[in-house]
Design a binder for this molecule. Structure first.
Ligand SMILES: [Zn+2]
Length: 180
């Protein structure tokens, strides 16, 4: 009897593990396309006080991908494959139903625009917040075109992200898209 109970216990454990594994990424929930080869994706960031922070945000995705994705600085704005611009514009949150503080558009190459002023306070975003916004937008630029439904993921849809670092689910998603 004990053996049978132990067997049932093992089967249950396996089932729970499998259910957990199924939720370990959100690639199936989003529209995602691999837009680049893995190596030497050329990036350009507009000059400014937030430039270094955005370069660090690119490194966050290198780390998240287990270094299977590698960025490098483009020689010029023209030759860049991902471009990042800063917009010092105030948005009135009362006149907009949803407020975005970053945008990524896909023309020939992804172009990221980061709004540097918090629309709720009218003050400049801190470097930490700019970092979180940049990591989120770079995720879009890499081809994750939708949003995760889990607020702990950097690709969750939020004006100011909960977490500023890629989560395990972000890691698994980007690795599935680029590294397998
Ligand atoms: Zn987004």
């Amino acid at each position: 009897m004990k053996k049978i109970l132990f067997g049932i216990f093992l089967i249950l454990c396996c089932l729970i593990q499998q259910a957990k594994a199924a939720n370990n990424d959100y690639l199936n929930e989003v529209n995602a396309h691999k837009l680049f080869g893995n190596n030497n994706i050329k990036v350009w960031v507009q000059n400014g006080t937030q430039q270094g922070t955005v370069y660090k945000a690119f490194l966050e995705w290198e780390r998240a991908s287990g270094n299977c994705i590698k960025f490098r600085l483009a020689n010029s704005e023209k030759t860049a494959q991902i471009k990042v611009y800063f917009v010092n514009q105030k948005i009135n949150p009362n006149t907009q139903r949803s407020v975005a503080v970053g945008y990524t558009t896909y023309s020939a190459t992804p172009v990221i625009q980061i709004i540097t002023i918090n629309p709720f306070t009218g003050k400049y975003f801190t470097q930490r917040q700019i970092f979180g916004i940049a990591v989120h937008e770079i995720g879009h630029a890499l081809g994750i075109m939708g949003h995760s439904s889990n607020p702990n993921d950097i690709m969750y849809h939020a004006t100011i992200p909960n977490s500023i670092f890629a989560s395990n689910r972000d890691y698994n998603t980007i690795r599935k898209l680029y590294c397998k």
